[in-house]
Design a protein around this ligand. Sequence first.
Ligand SMILES: [Zn+2]
Length: 154
Amino acid sequence: MKVSAKVGAIDRKSPSLATDTACQNMSDAAKNRPPITEVTRQKQSEAAVARLANRVDPYRDTKPERSFEAQLQVAGYKYEKQKRIGSMLVDFYLPQQNLVVEIDGCWWHGCLDCHPDGGANLDRFESRKSRLKVLGYSAIRIWEHELIGMELKK
Ligand SMILES: [Zn+2]
């Protein structure tokens, strides 16, 4: 088999890997695994295709955003998602309130409550808020951690 030939080649090149106990255990487990049939292979490839099809852009449709959207729907708010305002793409726009709502992930945007070290600190909210104000929009930010247990009412 091609794969085992490759593994053999790696083992020869790095003998330390071959003598590693963890590595030894893994190859024992691999030996005991039932052989992969064509059906299994087909299923695995279908699952991989499905995963790709369902993949969402983490910057465009984050889990906190989906959770907030569900709340908007339950509370019956009218909203536009990923609305372009000027050169900005905002998370949510509530036309009846003329309000922009940005849902910010705690780590990415450096929420100090959750990440006193600042996280990734990609915070742009204040500058976006003032740019939106100039364009005639109010804006609020909801942190990811604030969504937990939040109940939106109209
Ligand atoms: Zn937070």
